[in-house]
Every structure is written in C-alpha cells, then in structure tokens.
Write a protein that binds this ligand. Structure first.
Ligand code: 4AD
Ligand code: MG
Length: 478
C-alpha cells in the first residue's frame, strides 16, 4: 500500500526498473553534466540521490526544487555513478507537490543549534538528528510492548484523568470545566467542586501505578505505557511536564524479582535498539564525536555504541541506600566539601550524589534499595526495621534516576497507617485500600521514564530533544 519507501528502494538491486520517489529535498546540486537531488522521506537516515540531465527540465521548474520542497519523482533505479551511494534514480519525470521558499524556510543545509531547532519543533523532524531520534524512540516503544507481551504481561490502560494523587507529591495539573471568572462557591466560601464536571476535584495523572496495582491483583502481570503529567517547576535537562512512563506491576514479585525484571527489561530494550537502529545510532554516535572534537580530552564521552553495549553486557551494581550513604561519607568530594548538598543518613540523594556513585565510584548503572521511609511514597512496603522501605531506584550514568519502584505494602493496617501519616484522605483511595482487604498478595512494580531512556540511548543531553513536542514551564507551543 502506498509508494515504496526510500529505505526499501535503497535495498533493491538496481536494474533500470522504474520507481516512484516521494519525499522532501535535502539538497540540490547542479554541475555541468547533471543536477543532483538528495531526497529523504524519513524512512531512513539515508537520502536517495536522483539525477537529471541539464536542460531536461525548465529553469523555472528547477527553481522551485529547493531544500524542504516536496517532490514526486519517477525514474529508473540504476547503479550509482558516483561514490557515496550504491543506487540512484535517473529522473524521467518530476512533480513539485509543495515549494519551500528558501528565503523563508528555516531549515537550510547547515548545522542548526538544538536551541534553535526547539523553536521550530514543527519542522525539526525533517533534520537528520531528529528523524533519527524519532525512529529510535519508535523502536524503543515497540520493544517495550514486545518485551512485556512476550512474557505474559497485559497492557492495561489506566486513566489519564484521576481524582487521586498517586505519588502524594501534589504536583498536579487541575482538570476542570468550571468558569474561572465565575467560580461557584460553597456557603463557607470555598470553591464548590460539586458543580465541576466530575462533581469533585480532578487532575491529570502523575502515575498509573495505583490503578496498575488493581490490574495486577487480577491479571497477575500488567504494564502501563502512557502519558503522565507533573506540574513540578523544574527547568532541568531531565524533567518534562508531560512525559511517558512504563509501569509494570506484578503480583507475587518481591523486591529482588522486581530488580531482576527492571535490569533485564532495560537491557532488552537497549539491546533491541542496538540491533534495529544501527544506521541511526551510528549517525548519532558520529554527531557526538564531532561535538566532542571541540572539548578537552578528559571531557569527551565514551562512544555511544560502546556505552550502550557496556550497559547491556554488565551486571548493575546493587546496594542499599545505607551503604550508598557510607560510600558518599567516605568520598573525596564529601571530605573536601565539594558537594553542594550535605550528605547524611536520611537525606534525599541529590543528582550530584547519584552521579558520584554511578559515574565516579561504580562506573556502571546502580540499583539503590531500602531508602528511609520518610523520603519515599506511602505505598512502599515497610522493612522489618520499621525505618526503611523496600524501594529501588535504578541510576544511570549521565541521567541519574531512570527507574523508580518498590515492593508494595500489602498489609492493610500498615498501609492505612502510612496513608494517615502522609496526610492522604483515605476516602479518596478507598478502592486502592480494598485490594489489601480482599485477597491481598505480595506485589511489586516500577516506573521507567521513557524519555530518560530515549535520552540515554540517543546520547542527547536535553530531555526536550527526545520528545516530539516538549512541555515544560512556560512552553506549550505546537
Ligand atoms: O520515581 P517516580 O516518581 O515513580 C513513580 O511515579 C512510581 N509510581 C513508579 C512505579 O513504581 N510504578 O517516577 C518514575 C520515573 C522516574 O524514575 C523518571 O525516570 C521518570 O519517571 N520521571 C520523569 N521523567 C521526565 N520528566 C519528569 N518530570 C519525571 N518525573 C519522573
Ligand atoms: Mg522517583
């Protein structure tokens, strides 16, 4: 169905067969003997070269063939005369679907800064870098579904609009149809949400976990893969206001099983990209190497493919939060007071601490477990010491936290106590609490931030560049 993609055409054996190309012009080059058009349709990082003879087409028509214009070309697929490509197309006929005035079209064949490209997110998928990222993103998403499907997990669609705050962090976007100019009030003067669309306060979900747990208590192994929303005002290279999260949730999994799954899963999807995105990864690796040329030797990064293979082939380091704090207390930057934030048992590790552990101390991905209960969510299972919970965070080089998860508290009384402790109204999650009353079971799960994974695999440095249309404070264009 539809025309053959350029990716498919490039793989054909050239035999003068007639072919049709449809795509966008990357470059046009005219020499004495020929006119060369490099065409790309986004199916691959590679362009196909189409060649016309001088005088074959009117000067008027050729003037409209410029970078960014969209063409239909019919011609013959032949062995390429020039080096750099195996095949090319001898043009018989050329039709311009859409022009792109070179005076106005912002993408010209030169290197544009990533900051500039963010301002033209509607056009940046037409660049090599972004088309490569988007293809890799797709492949990773596909690998996620394949991984879980092949292992007996069911894809559960959890709601986007919720009335509960799963993470208890309170960083939620309000969903309402109330007239903000004329808010209905109760007798006490508060906003009367009974008149709102859902008859109560509602928000965009920060996590599908709580509903995911309901699924796991029936189907045993489920996963979600959907958009999540956080109104945290963090303008960092690791945070988005709208991001995609994969949340598996498994009955009869303890913390150890949860860690095994997280490690196996992340290695699988990275391995899948290594196998299926060779050209795009090679392109991005070169791009990074080019960038690194301007940096001093000690600031240059490991080549992308080497970095990815290393993660796939080596066991992650597993240790407890308490052990990690000990390492940090004995570390050079701590002794020399180089850390910005203080270290001590009970702190929420900041990214400088995580990076020290991952990049300096262990030099590989790390899974930290058994965090103090005070700094983790209410649903995590309490350890026997009553001080720590069965949490696990997977930390990655250059990224920091890529996965957060835990074994869940399956004891009704203990869970209710935590709910009260953190100030959640049990009425708002009565349904969640009931799973602990009716056939409760040990269970565990985690959340992988999809964009942080794409960030790692593509070697990009800003999370805003690995999602087509990023949402962050003061930005919701496109
Ligand atoms: O650690 P978090 O907050 O955990 C949860 O939401 C749990 N309910 C997961 C679970 O156990 N089912 O978030 C999980 C992951 C983080 O490790 C990070 O990779 C990503 O989601 N993440 C973000 N990614 C981009 N932008 C943000 N603002 C993010 N916040 C979290
Ligand atoms: Mg977390």
């Amino acid at each position: 169905m539809g025309p053959l993609q350029i990716k498919e055409l490039l793989q054909q054996t050239p035999d003068g067969q007639s072919v049709t190309l449809k795509g966008w012009v990357r470059t046009k080059r005219e020499s004495k003997n020929a006119i060369f058009i490099a065409l790309n349709d986004g199916s691959t990082i590679h362009n196909i070269q189409a060649v016309a003879a001088p005088g074959q087409f009117s000067a008027e028509l050729l003037l409209t063939v410029t970078t960014g214009s969209c063409l239909k070309i019919t011609g013959q697929l032949v062995e390429s005369q020039g080096s750099g490509q195996a095949v090319e197309v001898k043009i018989d006929d050329l039709h311009v679907y859409g022009v792109a005035d070179p005076e106005a079209y912002p993408l010209q064949p030169k290197r544009h800064s990533l900051e500039f490209l963010r301002e033209i997110a509607h056009l940046r998928p037409r660049t090599n870098t972004f088309s490569a990222i988007l293809r890799i993103r797709h492949t990773l998403a596909f690998a996620v579904h394949k991984y879980y499907n092949d292992r007996g997990f069911f894809y559960l669609h959890t709601p986007i609009i919720t009335a509960s705050d799963a993470e208890g962090a309170g960083e939620m976007f309000r969903v309402t149809t109330l007239d903000l100019e004329k808010l209905p009030r109760t007798e006490e003067g508060a906003i009367n949400f009974k008149e709102d669309f859902f008859g109560r306060e509602a928000n965009l979900t920060v996590s599908g976990q709580l509903e995911g747990e309901l699924g796991a208590m029936a189907l045993s192994k489920i996963y979600t893969f959907g958009p999540t929303f956080r109104a945290e005002n963090s303008n960092t290279t690791r945070h988005l206001a709208e991001f995609w999260m994969i949340e598996p949730e498994m009955a009869f999994f303890e913390l150890e099983d949860n860690m095994d799954l997280a490690e196996d899963f992340i290695k699988y999807v990275i391995g899948y990209a290594l196998e299926h995105c060779k050209d795009d990864l090679a392109f991005l690796e070169n791009r990074l190497a080019e960038e690194d040329k301007n940096k001093p030797q000690n600031e240059r990064s490991i080549p992308l493919l080497e970095k990815l293979k290393f993660v796939v082939e080596n066991a992650f380091e597993r240790l407890t939060y308490t052990e990690a704090i000990d390492i940090l207390l004995k570390s050079k930057p701590h002794k020399e007071k180089k850390f910005q934030f203080p270290v001590g048992w009970g702190i929420d590790l900041s990214s400088e601490h995580e990076r020290y552990l991952v990049e300096k101390h262990f030099k590989k991905p790390v899974i930290l477990t058994n965090y103090p209960r005070e700094i983790k969510s209410f649903y995590m299972k309490l350890d026997d010491d009553g001080k720590t919970v069965r949490a696990m965070d997977v930390l990655f080089p250059g990224i920091g936290e890529i996965i957060g998860g835990s074994q869940r508290e399956d004891n009704y009384e203990k869970l209710l106590e935590r709910v009260h402790e953190v100030g959640i109204d049990p009425e708002t999650i009565w349904w969640y609490l009931e799973t602990r009353k009716f056939g409760t079971a040990p269970h565990s799960g985690f959340g992988l931030g999809f964009e942080r994974l794409v960030l790692f695999v593509t070697g990009m440095s800003n999370i805003r560049d690995v999602i087509p249309f990023p949402r962050y404070p003061k930005s919701a264009e496109f």
